[in-house]
Design a protein around this ligand. Structure first.
Ligand code: HEC
Length: 126
């Protein structure tokens, strides 16, 4: 009987640990995908590689959001801020517009979760 409790407790701890304070707990990647396709793909490309149809006219180019090396140096809060307040707020291109007035806080966390889970497939590493 005791073993059952130990196993249950271990499973519980592991799943809590995996979810610890990252975009997955705040956002829904599946919903984020829809927002990304509607709002971001024109520049960042449907697969997030920075090669959308509107990218040709931009300099600097939209970031490649599948770049795990880049994205793992950035916190979820940083990514949230770029999307919400725009590139200019963090020293990037102003062509990355602020979406805070268009998308809700939850929409933005959903997109952050989508970027983490499906585009860069990475988490922030200190
Ligand atoms: C009009 C084109 C355009 C659209 C639309 C656009 N972006 Fe961007 N995005 C850019 C450009 C340009 C940059 C900055 C490139 C630079 O300064 O190096 C950028 C930068 C970013 C960055 C910073 C990357 C990093 O980690 O350093 C993120 C994250 C991002 N965009 C996400 C999004 C999301 C999510 C959306 C949709 C809500 C979106 N962008 C819509 C053009 C666009």
């Amino acid at each position: 009987m005791r073993t059952v409790y130990v196993v249950l407790l271990t499973v519980l701890c592991l799943s809590l640990g995996a979810a610890a304070s990252n975009a997955e707990t705040k956002g829904d990647a599946a919903k984020g995908k829809t927002t990304f396709e509607n709002t971001c793909a024109a520049c960042h490309g449907p697969g997030g590689k920075g090669d959308g149809p509107a990218a040709a006219a931009l300099d600097p180019k939209p970031k490649n959001l599948t770049d795990a090396e880049l994205l793992s140096t950035q916190t979820d809060d940083f990514i949230y801020k770029v999307i919400s307040e725009g590139g200019a707020a963090v020293g990037l291109s102003p062509m990355m517009a602020p979406w805070g007035g268009v998308l809700s806080e939850q929409d933005i966390w959903n997109v952050v979760a989508f970027i983490r889970q499906d585009l860069c497939k990475c988490q922030y590493k200190e």
